[in-house]
Write a protein that binds this ligand. Structure first.
Ligand code: GLU
Length: 316
């Protein structure tokens, strides 16, 4: 088994990140597999070296060890996406050679008007630029993004928690962007190419990415890789039902640590809230490995206490 944790260094890690990192670690360590840490920093504007450093530090403090990664090395490196641009360019090239790539000149305003504002949220491009002639393309004044044309195919897979999933590519994702107009590679390309090239056999991540999985499976197959087994996990939510996020109020590992909370308290609290432990008490990392059963995870999102700090410190 080869699993991976693939965080983006766009902020200090918070409980939501710890939750998925912990479950990745649990899945791989319980099976005696290899855990890869990959830094997904292709969003150059939002990714910061300071957050990357902090990420490694915070994961180490938590005790969530990895076997291959930016610091540990390994046979499938580099493990930082900004260092893998030549590889993404080669993947794009091979897709282009098969005639599947085309430039898209649509403005953000147009994409918004057809209801495709957020990448990854069931947005379906209407194929407007697919049929442009070479002459029409030459007349365009702006830098294009590049989309891949999806075939009329059904992709089915079985998710470890959400069960059988099926998607029809033209209506589930439509032609999607692989390279943005600003030249940056898109998440869908980088993640699929990397999971393939790093020979990942098991992907565990938040259920927010369940809807991207069919297109990633298809892209991986196109690039000649065997897709991994997927387990999407419920997300942590606050009292209002909002996902914990870096942008809002997610409590960071740093804050908790500076208040004297221990790593075992944080992980035990999350494991308990997720229904993985028999009682609300502090378990050591070894004990967590022994007692936590991923089969006990449900599909429902997990509601955090209103005062998380107080709830965690109550764990003894
Ligand atoms: N880098 C993504 C994130 O931070 C995760 C990608 C994945 O697990 O596929 O949300």
């Amino acid at each position: 088994m080869r699993g991976r944790f693939a965080p983006s260094p766009t902020g200090y890690i918070h409980l939501g990140n710890v939750w998925t990192a912990f479950l990745c670690w649990l899945q791989v360590r319980q099976a005696g597999g290899t855990l890869v840490l990959r830094i997904e920093d292709i969003d150059e504007q939002r990714s910061k070296p300071v957050f990357e450093q902090a990420l490694l530090e915070d994961l180490r403090w938590l005790g969530l060890t990895w076997d291959e990664g930016p610091d540990a090395g390994g046979a499938c490196g580099p493990y930082v996406q900004q260092q893998r641009y030549d590889f993404y360019a080669a993947c794009l090239q091979s897709i282009q050679e098969r005639g599947l790539l085309y430039p898209c000149y649509c403005s953000r305003a147009r994409l918004q008007a057809i209801g495709a504002p957020h990448a990854g949220e069931h947005t379906v491009y209407d194929g407007h630029c697919y049929g442009l002639t070479d002459e029409e393309r030459r007349q365009m004044k702006k830098a294009p993004s590049f989309r891949i044309h999806v075939p009329p195919r059904h992709i089915a897979f079985s998710d470890g928690i959400y069960g059988r999933q099926e998607a029809f590519l033209p209506t589930s994702c439509g032609d999607f962007v692989l390279r943005r107009a600003d030249g940056l590679y898109a998440y869908q390309l980088a993640v699929s190419a990397d999971d393939g090239a790093m020979a990942i056999t098991h992907v565990l991540r938040g259920r927010d990415l369940l809807s991207s999985t069919a297109q990633q499976i298809w892209l991986m197959e196109l690039l000649g890789y065997t897709p991994p087994v997927y387990t999407h996990v419920p997300m942590l939510i606050d009292g209002q039902g909002q996902r914990l996020s870096k942008r809002q109020h997610g409590i960071t590992v740093r804050e908790l640590r500076s208040h004297g909370v221990t790593a075992a308290q944080v992980l035990s609290y999350l494991a308990w809230k997720g229904g993985l432990l028999p009682d609300p008490a502090v378990y050591s990392l070894d004990e967590l490995l022994h007692y936590c059963d991923l089969q006990r995870l449900g599909q429902k999102d997990i509601r955090m206490d209103d005062d998380v700090y107080q709830a965690i410190t109550a764990f003894t």
